[in-house]
Design a protein around this ligand. Sequence first.
Ligand code: GLY
Length: 352
Amino acid sequence: MNNFSRRKFLSSVALTGAAAALLPEVASTQSLLGVVRPTVVISSGNGLAAVDKAMRMIEQGSDALDAVIAGVNLVEDDPNDMTVGYGGLPNEDGIVELDASVMHGPTHRAGAVASLRNIKNPSLVAKMVMERTDHVLLVGEGALQFAKMHGFKEEDLLTEESRNMWVKWKEHLSTEDDYLPPHSIDDKNIGSKFHEVMHTNGTINCLGKDRNGNISGVTTTSGLAYKIPGRVGDSPIIGAGLYVDNEVGGAGSTGRGEANLTCCSSVLIVEFMRQGKSPEEACFMACKRIVEYTKMKRLLTDDGKPKFNVTFYAINKRGEHGCVSLFSGGSYCLHDGKQNKKFDPAYLYKRS
Ligand code: GLY
């Protein structure tokens, strides 16, 4: 965090415990970006192409929502991103279930789908829910029927790579079940805790402010890898994985959805910005709230830090941005109208 924003942050937040002790570790890129631009697009670290596409559309006069959705469609279509859309890691039964939400600032409308199978662009279905129903959220079979009604084509979203990852996970899940990984006649220790490191929460969140000053956002994901079928994270929940108030700003998230669902961090970040906090300060406050509200010992290390990560992204009406994670590492993408670059998020804790 630069000196100015760090000073403002310290004066505006009562930091306690480990978070306060670790503030000197906090890093920021805001100051590197110079003057504030009228247009801005931010995304999670897997969104460099998405941000580029969205900004090109915005510079050509597109509405921010159309632009950010077109951007994340590139990631949904990309078989190499195993956390979003086609090629996303499946549930425990090997079936890909996708979640997405969109929110349009100027009309304050939203749409979302959850546990959607066989449709690779859930963000487009979410937009269709917003535009062509009286509802905000459709799930499961109903969401699929609705998508098909509007001409979305069903397809198998599992790639050879994601299917192989799922099989590997299943074969290493337990030494007590009947699935075995490839092994030799001499192997004694078949199976392992492989699944503990394989439970990933990748996602893309993308927020944009267009040339009319309007703000919109989208969050889209295949959710937690190898999840219980029907598990829904924060991404399709308006107020948790995404929230936009056109008069204030927008916020979104990636990471452990369960931690965010019980804090409704995106709406919280927007409300902090409404109270005058910068996007970065607001994201810090949301991170701190997650730490404070994580009380289950199974989710905490011995020194009281969460065992998971969450990252928040935010922009405000002035085109300022913030991105803060619980832990260092990772990246986010920002196009300020001049350049498209990856940056390191600010963070509460340095990853050891
Ligand atoms: N944040 C994405 C998920 O937990 O599903």
